[in-house]
Design a protein around this ligand. Structure first.
Ligand SMILES: [Mn+2]
Length: 327
């Protein structure tokens, strides 16, 4: 059972600590890497020994962040997790399990945080863990250098889809404004949002080839088989990004992305507009999520998987239509 702590406690714990190990989540994204690196730089600025550990390799697109990767050269006396909602999200590699069982402090913005750390600061109004660190770092007495600013901007910008998602608040923009003092936002945005890896483009082409429309074009579906995913070499966040494609088509209320897993089953991502509820659709197939974004898994061949999910989409579209008529 964790103790929920306030910001002041977080600051005092970090100031009292040394030989600090910062843990990120597996399949690292801009927020966990940006937050981890920013915190590490701030602690080093204060004369402390600190390093970052992640189960998986850091994607090359983030190589501008001056990350100190933990190399085992010190014995961690204090362990901090950033942007990690549950213990299973630490992953398995790089001996991360040795530390994941004894996390002293967790700084997170997921309301679903499972409370695996001894002490936890969770603020689910924050759009990103980096948004929290934007104020915590100055509260620790550290300066937001241009390098720290670039890391924090990366976290906030990537978790909000460049300030487009509904999690973006006035506080998020305030965080971005503070960061802009030192970060080259134009360059970062180009790097983060206007450049795609070769693998991602190949995967996108395969996905678009598979595009199908249903129910008067109100539902769009893309499907990638395991062999296609392997052939494209796309993984992690880039593969996840593809799930926004079908819903982005004009007039599409429900966007479905089917990705085959190694065992042959299908991971299905459901994205919906304002009339329908993605969670309603996914939940009936044993999944879950949020009203606009949800997911589930179905075993069987592609036709069975499509048939099963489309049936639930139809029910949800009918429900939305009935609701509209009743108004
Ligand atoms: Mn995050």
């Amino acid at each position: 059972m964790t103790q929920n702590v306030d910001r002041e406690t977080v600051v005092s714990r970090l100031l009292a600590a040394d030989d600090i190990l910062i843990l990120c989540h597996k399949n690292p994204d801009g927020d966990t890497i940006g937050s981890g690196t920013a915190l590490c730089l701030a602690l080093q600025q204060l004369g402390k020994n600190a390093a970052v550990l992640c189960s998986d390799p850091i994607p090359a697109m983030y190589d501008y962040m001056p990350i100190t990767v933990f190399d085992g050269s010190f014995s961690p006396a204090f362990v901090v997790a950033v942007d990690v909602a549950g213990i299973q999200l630490f992953g398995e590699r790089n001996n991360i399990r040795d530390y994941a069982e004894h996390v002293n402090l967790c700084i997170d913005h997921h309301g679903s945080n499972s409370g695996y750390a001894y002490e936890t600061l969770v603020d689910d109004h924050a759009a990103a863990a980096a948004e929290l660190l934007t104020t915590l770092i100055p509260e620790m007495g550290a300066k937001i250098t241009p390098e720290i600013a670039a890391c924090l901007y990366t976290g906030v910008a990537t978790d909000t889809g460049c300030f487009r998602f509904s999690n973006t608040t006035a506080e998020t923009h305030r965080a971005a404004a503070l960061i802009e003092a030192g970060a080259d936002v134009e360059k970062l945005n180009e790097r983060l949002f206007e450049s795609r890896s070769h693998a991602r483009v190949i995967a996108e082409r395969m996905a678009m080839e598979s595009l199908e429309f249903y129910y008067d074009d109100r539902c769009a579906l893309i499907c990638l088989t395991w062999d296609q995913i392997q052939a494209a070499g796309v993984a992690g966040a880039e593969l996840e990004d593809l799930t926004s494609l079908p819903r982005s088509i004009e007039g599409v209320e429900v966007g479905l992305t089917l990705r085959q897993q190694k065992d042959g089953s299908f991971k299905i991502s459901v994205r919906t507009g304002h009339d329908t509820n993605a969670c309603n659709i996914a939940r009936r197939l044993g999944g879950g999520g949020h009203p606009r974004a949800a997911g589930c898994e179905i075993s069987g061949n592609p036709d069975n998987a499509k048939h099963a999910i489309l049936e639930e989409v139809k029910k949800e579209l009918d429900r939305a239509d009935a609701e509209k008529e009743a108004q």
